[in-house]
Design a protein around this ligand. Structure first.
Ligand SMILES: *Cc1c(COP(=O)(O)O)cnc(C)c1O
Length: 338
């Protein structure tokens, strides 16, 4: 299978980087508990310029775990989490598991943020948390920054800006955190190329982080993850270059998709493209791609905003070629449509 379903970076590390990493792994003391604060790792993240130097961090086993930490801290019975929908599915699942009421506010038809609807929902529900994926998954777009700023000022509760695709979009609220007392920025290394290593981090004003630290399990980031990410971030340039390649490919993929009559791609600031099938049936296109050994994500749910929608992660050039060729075959040949 050509795997284009999970926003993974398709590129491997250069050989000399793998060698350097193996050397370091050799020396790891696996009989010892990991550093609960992951101090060296936090310093690496600062040194790579990913957060302002004065900021503290809370780490999670992927940002999924941090969403859980946030909801365990401020959610729970009688509390609400407000999210524009469609968005990242884990927000709703973790809300359920933590007994936090989930309130979904529809995005506009073009998947932009409906600022008025969000603000009136904030006034009505007084949510403990609002979560905004920036850029959004599965739509790929960045919400309007001024709309977000206005929303933040309307919220009594916490506003989480989930910047999982930061390396592709470049847009961030991380340098503005001192302007607000209720904003948390959430990041993950998964989409930039370390999905298997499971590391997410969040930063905010220290008062918030102190509370989240009470909920985080002390040894959630294992020694191999700490060391691997410390090592990887010394080579952050490699990941930036890979991300740039992915973004160039994304532009090409979007352009070719737009040229197909039956396909409407949505503009993306991430490493994937959401697209809607016109006359053709998304389910059939998805199955047809599978027969070509290409796996993307089927988001089609009848009667929802994602009706007839599919999502493709941007892969290597030859993978994208295979995907685009199969797609154009499927949407232009008569037999596949009937
Ligand atoms: C993929 C994704 C995550 C989860 O990432 P992990 O760190 O791998 O758990 C969080 N938020 C959004 C918006 C995502 O797309």
């Amino acid at each position: 299978m050509i795997k284009l379903d999970a926003m993974e970076n398709p590129y491997q590390w250069p050989d000399d980087m793998i060698q350097g990493w193996l050397e370091q792994i050799r020396a790891v003391e696996m009989n010892r508990y990991p550093d609960t604060q992951a101090v060296a790792l936090a310093n690496r993240i600062r040194a790579a310029g990913l957060i302002p130097v004065g900021n503290s961090l809370v780490f999670g086993n992927g940002s999924d775990e941090l969403i859980q930490v946030i909801m365990l801290t401020v959610g729970g019975h009688g509390r609400k989490v407000l999210v524009p929908v469609p968005s990242f599915v884990m927000y709703e699942m973790i809300a359920r598991f933590t007994d936090t009421e989930f309130v979904g506010i529809p995005l506009r038809d073009d998947f932009s943020l409906d600022a008025e609807a969000m603000i009136s929902a904030v006034r009505e529900h007084n949510p403990a948390v609002v979560i905004l994926a920036y850029p959004n998954n599965p739509s790929g777009n960045l919400f309007d920054r001024e709309a977000i700023v206005e929303l933040i000022s309307e919220c009594n509760g916490l506003v989480v800006i989930d910047e999982a695709y930061h390396i592709f979009s470049k847009a961030s609220f991380i340098d503005d955190l001192d302007q607000y007392d209720n904003v948390v920025v959430l990041r993950t290394l998964s989409k930039m190329g370390l999905a298997g290593i499971r590391l997410g981090y969040m930063t905010a004003r220290r008062e918030w982080l102190t509370q989240f630290e009470k909920v985080r399990l002390p040894f959630n980031i294992n020694v191999l993850t700490q060391l691997t990410v410390e090592f990887a971030l010394q080579h952050y340039r490699v990941f930036q270059e890979q991300a740039e390649r992915i973004c160039r490919e994304r532009t090409r993929v979007e352009r070719i998709m737009s040229s197909l009559d039956q396909i409407t791609p949505y503009p993306s600031d991430a490493n994937f493209v959401l697209f809607r099938c016109g006359e053709c049936d998304a389910e059939e296109v998805f199955q047809g791609l599978l027969q070509h050994q290409i796996l993307i994500k089927n988001l089609h749910r009848p009667g929802t905003a994602l009706q007839n929608c599919l999502r493709a992660t941007v892969g290597k050039t030859h993978e994208n070629e295979a995907f685009l060729n199969a797609l154009s075959l499927l949407v232009t040949s008569d037999y596949s449509l009937q």
